[in-house]
Design a protein around this ligand. Sequence first.
Ligand code: HEM
Length: 509
Amino acid sequence: MSNSALSLFRVLGSISGFLQLTSLLGLLLLLFKAVQFYLCRQWLLRVLKQFPCPPSHWFFGHKIQMDEELQETLKWTEKFPSACPRWLWGNRIFFLVYDPDYMKVIMGRSDPKSQSTYRFLAPWIGYGLLLLNGHTWFQHRRMLTPAFHYDILKPYMGVMADSVRVMLNKWEKLINQDSCLEISQHISLMTLETIMKCAFSHQDSDLLVRNFQSYIQAICDLSYLIPSRLRNAFHQNDTIYRLTSAGRWSNHACQIAHKHTDQVIRQRKAQLQDEEELEKVRRKRHLDFLDILLFAKMENGSSLSDKDLRAEVDTFMFEGHDTTASGISWIFYALATHPEHQQKCREEVQNLLGDGASITWDHLDQMPYTTMCIKEALRLYPPVPSIGRKLSKPITFPDGRSLPKGIIVTLSIYALHHNPKVWPNPEVFDPFRFAPNSSRHSHSFLPFSGGPRNCIGKQFAMNEMKVAVALTLLRFELLPDSTKVPFPIQRLVLRSKNGIHLHLRKKLQ
Ligand code: HEM
């Protein structure tokens, strides 16, 4: 045999040896993963034994359609007291909690946000206040708290009222054509404009206003894509996800959202180049949100990187408008379906504001009935339906049941607010649940969460909702469209699958 034939055999031999070895290693790895999966599953089944739940598939879990999750959870709430595990896929579970005593124990601790769920938000909103944990979270929270000081929020009243009036004027024109309207898109535009003017010192600019629509559409897409990725076993890996059509869609939506926020930052930086504007801002006792960030960067450049700044802007741009848009849309729906309460609110507002030419900070505390109705609507339709934590140490609940470290708990605000053991006749809209002398568990009503990680924008949001309700009721009577009853679905915020359609009837003033 020639030398060249011999070396060919040797090469082939070594290739086949290599293939055999890799197959063997692959097989071993697979076996190792299977054993790991099995052991982890056995451990989970053991530690969750005290918490019964409906039967589930060993890999595909409870197989609930994303759009039916809220309704399904409510059925479980009645059957399984306080809490129950929901198997998503494989060994991934959400441990659903909907009991006020359980909520109290969890919110009294400092467990971090669960990275395996919140990390899917990171390509879009980065590590801003919502996603941060530990010391950096604390530093950012301390830095940004003054942006929600009473002195800052007071002058925002005029801005909020102007944005609401722009929307109502548009509605007046539109109802000449057709009195039934899908309101949630209009409300999103209005709340985006408000947060842009209040927190981001935005002054009207046609270019930005044109971008609003594409930004809102991008947020709507991400609001669907992120929760559906979380529920898909095959979309967990970043590299694989990027190759899928959903991954490419998500990337495109992030780019649109970032284009909007980059433009906002650039524009404000350019304004602050002007000495006069800079001096005006320096003289202020409290700065607006974006100015706090820009000044923190100017004064101590190293403490806040460009990436940190963008993350905070993306976080507040989203949290500051999508949540309130959801809140206001559902409040309007609740009032439309309860005309007697709507009329009482209108009378209260009319007595207080007359024709509504001006609404000020002092008016906010003088509309108790309207506030009760807003709270009752937030109970039935909480804009943030659930939040997540990862247990950093074992926990024991007041009924003696316990969970080990590492479990991801989902605090279902929606199920808590609809829990019949907490709220008798939970589906009935009854504002008197929030009457001044009524008593309830400290953790039975948590639209803004609780504990140290509660909503930083709570006061801002309550003000905006009150202004929107007061001015709208003065101008319109809201009536439901019986052909299009909204269907609540869980996205990043609570939405309606088929939009929120109302009939608007102009009130004679
Ligand atoms: C009706 C309106 C709103 C509701 C129902 C709401 C609800 C919530 C909830 C439940 C959380 C806790 C999230 C979690 O633990 O994962 C939260 C956090 C947060 N909210 Fe709101 N929110 C509203 C409006 C706003 C507004 C207007 C802003 C900003 C202007 C805002 C900014 C934030 C931020 C930055 C956080 C994270 C706080 C932290 O972890 O320190 N929210 N909100």
